[in-house]
Design a protein around this ligand. Structure first.
Ligand SMILES: [Zn+2]
Ligand SMILES: [Zn+2]
Length: 974
C-alpha cells in the first residue's frame, strides 16, 4: 500500500501512556484476564460473539472503537458476576485476501491464477493471512482490550469449514439451497458475482460520467398498427455495450406516448419527456397509450443467430410495470441478460436468453462479428460508432451517475445473468409454514437493538427487501461448496462432513486432509442414482456464509462441543458498526433462522462510523487524521476510550474525530481524576480506619456520597442497556463535582486535626475507591492505578465486584447544593464586576430568589460554605424578589486590613513553595518588618504564624526578598 503521508516524528510518551503500558504488562504477568474467566461466577456465562475482522488489513480507528466497546461490556459483565469468555476470530477467506495475493504475485487475470495453479495461489493466500497479526495484537493490548488472542478461531481451519459444510447440508435438506440463474452484480476482473450488500457495505459506488445514448428502433409494418411510415421508437441506455443483446422494448401500459414528425422520420416517445427530448416546437402526429404499442415488432439492431433461432417472442414492444418517465424516453431497451428487471421481464414473456459475454467480460462467439472477442467496454464504443454511421443514433449525452464498483479490485461492475447457488430467504423451509424472511422478521422483534430505532427501522427494512442469498463465488480461496454433481444424470449430493466424504469418495480421504481447493476437487463420488461419476461443483462459498456461521463453526459444532454450543446459543451480545446491519448482523441472523429457526443473538449494538475531523472518510493518502499510535502516546487509551464511548458514534451516528476533543478529554477527565487521586495520596497515611462515611455530619461529605450513589445507579442502568454515552456523561459530571467543588471546599478541612478531617479523608478514600470501580469498564487503566493505590481488596479492580449505592440518593440535598453553587458563582461574578479580588473579605452577601435554600435542612452549613468560597463575613436571606445575590462591595479600612493579611499570607506561602518546602515543614522563616508594617504584623501575629509557619518576626535592614502589600513592605528570609 502506497503511503504518501509524511511521517510525523514520534512524540515522547506522556506519563499517562507510560503508566498505562506498565498496566498492560501487569495484567499479562498476573494473568488477571484469565483469572477473571477461570474463577467461579455467581451468574453463569455471558455469551459474547466476536465478529471476525478480515485478517488482511491493518486495524483502524473503527476497529479501536469496536475493541474499546466490546472490552467495556466484557469488563462490566465480569464485575457484575458473569463469566465472559472472549475469543478472537479471523476472517481469512474471500476476495479481500485473493486480491492481495494477486497484487503480490503480479497476477492480472483469473486465467493467470489458473496458469500459476490454484495450489500455489492458495498456499500464498494462507501464508499472507497472518501477516498483520502482530499489529493487531499491539493495538488490542494498547487499547486495553482483554481477549483470548492466541486461541483465536480462523475461518480457514478445517474444523471451521466442516461446520459450514454441515450447515449447508442441513439447509439443503430443508430445501433452502438451490441453483438458479439470476442477474447479479458481477466483477469482470474477479470473474464472480457479488452480493449487493457487499457493495453497499463499503459504499463502493463511485460517481462516473458515462455516455447515455438514445437509439432509434425501426418499427416493422407500422401501418398495421395505425402508425405512419418510417416510424422509429426511441429508447435510451447508459450501457451501449448491451445493445447487441437487445431482445425487446418495454413501455408502461398506462403511460401516454406521442408520435412526432422530425424530418422524414416519425419518432415515438413518452409525452411527458417530449419537451426534454425534442423541445417545445415538436409537431405531434398522433397520441397513443402504451398498451396500444404492445406487440409492435421492430428491426433488431444486430443479428444474433441464437436469438433469431428463438421460436417465442423477440424484438417486440412489451408492457412492463418498471417503466417510468423520470429519465430517457419512457421506453426501456431490454437486454435480458444484463439487467434485473430485464431478466424478470424476459422470463415472464419468454424472450430468448442468450449470453453474449465470456466470464471475463469479453464478447463471445455468439456476439455480432463487429464486437466479437472485444472487452465489453471497448465493444460499446464500436457499437456507438457503428450505430451512428447507420443513422440509428438520435442523441448522445454525457451522463453523470453513481455506479457500483468491485469492493476489492475497484473494477466497474456490470449486471450479468449468471448461474449461481442461492439460499432461499424467500422460501418456506421443508416442514415449515412461513418463509425464512417472515421468520427473520418475527425473530428480529425479539432482539434488543441499541439504538432501538434500528430494529423496526433500518434492519427491518433490510429484512423486508432481502433477496435470496447468492452464496457461490467463482473463486479459489474459501470454503469449497460441498456439492458434487453427476456427470451422467441430474443427481446432486451435498456433503456435510469429512466422515461423509470419506464414506462416499472413490479415493481415500486421509486424516487431516486440507479441505481447500484444489485438493478437494480431486475427490469424486459414485452417483447413487446412475452409478456415474460425480464431480465437485467448482465454486467456493461467500465468506459471509462463513462469518455468519461463527456461533457454531468456531466450536466445530456439531462434530464437537455440542453441549457448549447449546448453552452458548443464541448469544447474549454482539456489536459492530452500522454497515454491518447489511452484512455480519444480517448474515448471522439469517444463518440462525435458517439453520436453527431462531435468532442468533439477543442484544446488538451498532456504532456509527468515525470520520476524520474534516467530515470525510479517514484516508491514509489524504493524511486527514493522526495515526492512533501518536494519540495513544500523547493522551493514552483511557482518554481515547472515554472520548469514543461518550460520543454520538455510540448512537450509530457518524462522528468526526477531533484530536482537540481527545486532548480535552485527557485534561478534563483523566488529569482531573488523577489530580484528585494524587491530592488524596499525600494524606493517605493519615486516613483513619473504621469510619462510616455515610454518618458524616458534614454536608459536603453527605452530598458527595449521595452523588456517588446516584452515579452508581446511573452508570449501572446505562451499561445494563448497553449504552455508554449516558454513563460517560454521568461520570464526567461527577469527576467535575468532586474536583471543582467537593475537593476544593474540603482542602481546608484536612489542615486541622479533628473529626472533620477524619471524615473528610475517609470520605475521599471511599469515594475514589468506589469511583475506580464505576469507571473500570470504560477507563480500565486509571481505574486500576487508583484502585491499587487506594489498596482495594482484590489484586485488580477488574476482579472486584460492581459497587452498590452507598446511601439513598438525596435529591433535595443535590438541589440545595446546586443552589449554593449557583449563588457562589453569581456572587463571584458580582465581585469580578466590582473589580474586587476574592482575597479581599467583604461584609455582606444577600441571597434572594425562589429556591429551597431558605428552608433547607442544611441551610447553615451551606451558607458557611458559600461564605468561605465568596469570602464574606455574613450572608442574609433577602426577600424573594429581584436578583439571586446582592453583594455589599464597600471595603472598610478594617476589611482592607484583613485583605492585606490574606495577601501577605499568600505571598509567604508562595515564597515557601519557591523554596521547595512542604506544607508541614517548619524551617526558620523570618518576616522582616519596619514602621507601619511592624504595627500590622504585630496586630495579626497569631494568624500569620499559624497560616505560614513563621518562626519569627524581626526588625532588620536586609532580607532575602521583599513583599509589597498595599503601601507596606515586608522582608522575608529563610
Ligand atoms: Zn473485482
Ligand atoms: Zn447420476
Amino acid at each position: 500500500m502506497a503511503d504518501t503521508t509524511p511521517q510525523k516524528a514520534a512524540p515522547v510518551k506522556s506519563d499517562t501512556a507510560l503508566r498505562e503500558e506498565a498496566l498492560v504488562q501487569f495484567w499479562k504477568e498476573h494473568n488477571i484476564f484469565e483469572r477473571s474467566i477461570d474463577r467461579k461466577s455467581a451468574k453463569g456465562e455471558f455469551v459474547f460473539y466476536d465478529g471476525p475482522p478480515f485478517a488482511t488489513g491493518m486495524p483502524h480507528m473503527g476497529h479501536l472503537l469496536a475493541s474499546a466497546y466490546k472490552d467495556a461490556v466484557g469488563r462490566y459483565k465480569t464485575m457484575q458476576g458473569y463469566r465472559v469468555p472472549r475469543r478472537w476470530g479471523w476472517d481469512c477467506h474471500g476476495l479481500p485476501i485473493e486480491s492481495l495475493v494477486e497484487k503480490k504475485l503480479g497476477l492480472k487475470t483469473k486465467k493467470d491464477i489458473e496458469v500459476l495453479g490454484v495450489e500455489k495461489f492458495n498456499a500464498e493466500a494462507r501464508a499472507s493471512v497472518q501477516q498483520f497479526v502482530s499489529d493487531w495484537e499491539w493495538y488490542v493490548d494498547r487499547i486495553g482490550r482483554w481477549v483470548d488472542f492466541k486461541n483465536s478461531y480462523k475461518t480457514m481451519d478445517n474444523s471451521y469449514m466442516e461446520s459450514v459444510w454441515w450447515a449447508l447440508k442441513r439447509l439443503h435438506e430443508k430445501k433452502l439451497l438451490y441453483e438458479g440463474n439470476r442477474v447479479l452484480m458481477y466483477c469482470t476482473h474477479c470473474e464472480t458475482p457479488l452480493a449487493k450488500a457487499e457493495i453497499q457495505m463499503d459504499n463502493t459506488y463511485k460517481d462516473v460520467i458515462d455516455e447515455a445514448v438514445t437509439v432509434k428502433f425501426k418499427v416493422i409494418d407500422p401501418k398495421k398498427h395505425g402508425l405512419p411510415e418510417n416510424t422509429y421508437i426511441l429508447a435510451w441506455t447508459t450501457t451501449p455495450w448491451t445493445l447487441p443483446g437487445n431482445v425487446g422494448l418495454a413501455v408502461g401500459a398506462e403511460i401516454d406516448y406521442v408520435v412526432v414528425k422530425q424530418g422524414a422520420e416519425q419518432l415515438v416517445l413518452a409525452k411527458e419527456l417530449l419537451e426534454k427530448m425534442l423541445g417545445s416546437e415538436a409537431a405531434i402526429t398522433a397520441s397513443v397509450k402504451g398498451s396500444d404499442l404492445v406487440g409492435i415488432k421492430y428491426e433488431p439492431l444486430y443479428t444474433v443467430a441464437a436469438v433469431e433461432a428463438h421460436t417465442g417472442k423477440r424484438h417486440e414492444v412489451l408492457a412492463a410495470d418498471f417503466v417510468t418517465t423520470t429519465d430517457g424516453t419512457g421506453v426501456v431497451h431490454t437486454a435480458v441478460m444484463y439487467g434485473e428487471d430485464d431478466y424478470n421481464l424476459g422470463k415472464k414473456e419468454g424472450l430468448p436468453m442468450v449470453q453474449l459475454l465470456t466470464q471475463n467480460g469479453h464478447y463471445n462467439e455468439k456476439a455480432p462479428e463487429l464486437v466479437r472477442d472485444m472487452f465489453y467496454k471497448k465493444g460499446g464504443r464500436y457499437v456507438l460508432e457503428d450505430l451512428e454511421k447507420r443513422g440509428r443514433v438520435f442523441k448522445i449525452e454525457k451522463y453523470n451517475h453513481s455506479y457500483p464498483h468491485c469492493y476489492r479490485c475497484g473494477t466497474a461492475l456490470i449486471y450479468n445473468a449468471v448461474s449461481s447457488w442461492f439460499l432461499g430467504i424467500n422460501s418456506i423451509p421443508e416442514g415449515g409454514t412461513k418463509t425464512i424472511k417472515e421468520r427473520m422478521l418475527e425473530e428480529n422483534k425479539e432482539i434488543n437493538w441499541v439504538p432501538d430505532h434500528l430494529r423496526d427501522g433500518r434492519f427491518n427494512n433490510i429484512l423486508e427487501g432481502a433477496p435470496d442469498w447468492t452464496i457461490s463465488r467463482n473463486r479459489f480461496w474459501a470454503t469449497p461448496l460441498p456439492i458434487w454433481r453427476c456427470t451422467g444424470c441430474p443427481e446432486k449430493s451435498v456433503i456435510g462432513s469429512v466422515d461423509e466424504l470419506r464414506a462416499r469418495a472413490k479415493q481415500p480421504v486421509p486424516e487431516g486432509q486440507d479441505l481447500h481447493r484444489p485438493y478437494i476437487d480431486s475427490f469424486t463420488l459414485t452417483c447413487e442414482h446412475c452409478q456415474g461419476e460425480m464431480k465437485r461443483t467448482p465454486e467456493v462459498v461467500d465468506c459471509w456464509v462463513e462469518s455468519g456461521s461463527m456461533p457454531f463453526a468456531e466450536l466445530s459444532y456439531p462434530r464437537e462441543n455440542k453441549d457448549v454450543f447449546e448453552k452458548r446459543f443464541p448469544g447474549d451480545f454482539i456489536t459492530e458498526y452500522i454497515a454491518q446491519t447489511r452484512t455480519w448482523f444480517y448474515y448471522t441472523h439469517a444463518m440462525g433462522v435458517m439453520v436453527f429457526d431462531t435468532k442468533a443473538f439477543k442484544n446488538v449494538t451498532s456504532t456509527g462510523t468515525i470520520l476524520a475531523a474534516d467530515g470525510e472518510k479517514m484516508s491514509k493518502s489524504k493524511g486527514n487524521y493522526t495515526d492512533p499510535k501518536i494519540n495513544l502516546d500523547l493522551y493514552g487509551a483511557d482518554a481515547l476510550r472515554f472520548y469514543l464511548m461518550g460520543s454520538p458514534v455510540m448512537q450509530a451516528e457518524d462522528t468526526n474525530f477531533r484530536d482537540e476533543d481527545l486532548k480535552e478529554t485527557h485534561s478534563r477527565i483523566i488529569n482531573m481524576l488523577w489530580n484528585s487521586y494524587t491530592f488524596y495520596s499525600m494524606y493517605a497515611k493519615e486516613v483513619p480506619q473504621g469510619i462510616d462515611v455515610t454518618k458524616s455530619p458534614n454536608v459536603l461529605d453527605r452530598w458527595i456520597i449521595s452523588r456517588l450513589s446516584q452515579v452508581i445507579t446511573e452508570v449501572t442502568t446505562s451499561l445494563d442497556g448497553y449504552e455508554t454515552t449516558p454513563a460517560c456523561r454521568s461520570i464526567r459530571d461527577f469527576v467535575e463535582d468532586y474536583s471543582t467543588w467537593y475537593l476544593r471546599r474540603s482542602r481546608e478541612r484536612i489542615k486541622e486535626e479533628g473529626d472533620d478531617k477524619a471524615y473528610a479523608l475517609a470520605t475521599m478514600r471511599t469515594t475514589l475507591l468506589t469511583l475506580s470501580k464505576v469507571i473500570a469498564p470504560i477507563m480500565p487503566f486509571i481505574a486500576e492505578s487508583m484502585y491499587q493505590g487506594l489498596k482495594g481488596n482484590e489484586e485488580s479492580v477488574h476482579l472486584d465486584a460492581w459497587p452498590q449505592p452507598l446511601a439513598t440518593v438525596s435529591v433535595p440535598l443535590h438541589a440545595d447544593m446546586d443552589t449554593a453553587r449557583a449563588v457562589t458563582s453569581a456572587a463571584l461574578e458580582a465581585r469580578s464586576a466590582a473589580k474586587i479580588k476574592v482575597r479581599q473579605p467583604l461584609a455582606l452577601l444577600t441571597v434572594s430568589g425562589e429556591h429551597s435554600l431558605a428552608k433547607s435542612f442544611d441551610k447553615e452549613s451551606l451558607l458557611e460554605i458559600i461564605a468561605a468560597e465568596v469570602n464574606v463575613k455574613e450572608i442574609v436571606m433577602g426577600d424573594t424578589s429581584g436578583q439571586l445575590v446582592a453583594l455589599d462591595t464597600i471595603v472598610t479600612p478594617e476589611l482592607q486590613a484583613e485583605g492585606y493579611l490574606r495577601d501577605l499570607i499568600r505571598a509567604v506561602q508562595d515564597f515557601r513553595k519557591q523554596k521547595g518546602l512542604n506544607p508541614n515543614d517548619v524551617p526558620t522563616l523570618t518576616l522582616t518588618v519596619t514602621g507601619e508594617s511592624k504595627v500590622f504584623a504585630e496586630r495579626y501575629r497569631d494568624e500569620l504564624i499559624k497560616a505560614t509557619h513563621l518562626t519569627g518576626i524581626a526588625f532588620a535592614d536586609t532580607a532575602e526578598t521583599t513583599i509589597t502589600v498595599g503601601a507596606m513592605s515586608f522582608g522575608l528570609s529563610l
